[in-house]
Design a protein around this ligand. Structure first.
Ligand code: LMR
Length: 335
């Protein structure tokens, strides 16, 4: 869906808002920030965005109003990025696998298989040089990165058990957009297909695709486990988000608003990153208890075979994301 000029007009520029804000009679009108995302409220990102709303409205004493639109209720994956660029929404938290349309392929480095030992390693890595390096790539595109949010590691599913690389042969697997994910599924012999997140359930149900990858919290809240008989707890790649805003919009906000918003974002980020592991553990338990899908852990030997099969993705990725970002990520993840 293309955004019309009329919709574009809905996103009043920060400068206009700033002027209006200082004008008598307008003094009480809050600045409205629309935050669009595609997942359910009961997920790390869903909860994190609501925490941001709560803190931002508190710290600005109501001068900013945050409207959170979850579950693709305002825009789907591709459209929300277009909407941010046009000013129809002010804040997004897409998975970084969806950043190529922003001209920032480097973010896909974080999708490399078995790149992070655990969530702590991921969080430490993005807090350091990697986070800065990646956010610097967004600035020339007029986008500002505010924070990285964690959502744990991907599992993978189909209507048959996926225990060894050969089990993937010929399966159509939904991916969210990253060419790195496309590549590691190809290395397993499957056929990756990009679909918007909001279309995955139906695609699985009707057999448009055979399988998908995602975190436990997304499986549970989107009910993917109800249309996939087998889920492998492979944790083969990490799922992370970057909260982004339009740079011009953000820097144009009055200082007495932006400061409190930055503080609210820092605290909402800590909160989201603290709950990510537990949220996914709880979701995994709920999936298990539902009895709708059989969960398969990988043995050490099976995991090794997956690593070996996916490993060539790393070399392939040098041509896609560049050696520099991979180097920065590896140095941080292993220190
Ligand atoms: C997906 O599209 O699979 C996910 O990245 C959705 C999300 O934001 O977690």
């Amino acid at each position: 869906m293309k955004l019309s000029r009329r919709e574009f007009g809905v996103g009043v520029s920060a400068a206009a808002l700033a002027t209006a804000y200082g004008r008598p009679g307008w003094a009480q009108a809050p600045i409205v920030i629309k935050y669009s995302h595609v997942v359910a409220t009961d997920t790390p990102k869903g909860k994190g965005s609501l925490r941001f709303k709560e803190l931002a409205e508190k710290y600005t004493a109501g001068k900013a109003k945050i409207e959170v639109y979850p579950n693709s209720s305002l825009y789907k994956d591709k459209e929300e990025i277009e909407a941010l660029q046009l000013g129809a929404v002010q804040m997004l938290g897409p998975s970084t696998a969806k950043f190529a349309p922003l001209g920032a392929k480097e973010f896909e480095a974080m999708d490399l298989p078995f790149a992070f030992a655990d969530d702590a390693a991921f969080q430490k890595t993005v807090k350091g040089e990697l986070g800065k390096f990646l956010f610097d790539k967004l600035e020339p595109k007029g986008i500002k990165g505010l924070a990285f949010w964690d959502n744990g590691f991907h599992m993978v599913s189909a209507n048959k058990p996926l225990l060894k690389p050969a089990d993937f042969q010929g399966l159509k697997i939904r991916i969210s957009g990253s060419k790195v994910a496309d590549q590691y599924f190809r290395k397993l012999g499957s056929i990756p297909q990009i679909l918007a997140f909001s279309e995955v359930y139906q695609a699985l149900q009707t057999g448009v695709v055979d399988g998908c990858e995602n975190t436990a919290s997304n499986y549970l809240t989107q009910k993917f486990h109800e249309v996939q008989k087998h889920i492998t707890m492979s944790y083969h790649a990490h799922l992370q988000y970057a909260v982004i805003v339009n740079s011009k919009y953000w820097t144009g906000l009055p200082a007495d608003i932006r400061g409190p918003l930055d503080k609210a974002m820092a605290e909402a980020t800590d909160y989201t990153n603290q709950i990510a592991v537990q949220e996914n553990d709880d979701a995994l338990k709920a999936i298990k208890d539902s009895g709708r899908s059989e969960l398969h852990p990988l043995t050490a030997e099976q995991r090794k075979a997956w690593q070996v099969a996916m490993q060539p993705t790393w070399q392939w990725a040098e041509g896609r994301v560049g050696k520099e970002v991979i180097g920065i990520m590896q140095k941080a993840a292993s220190s």
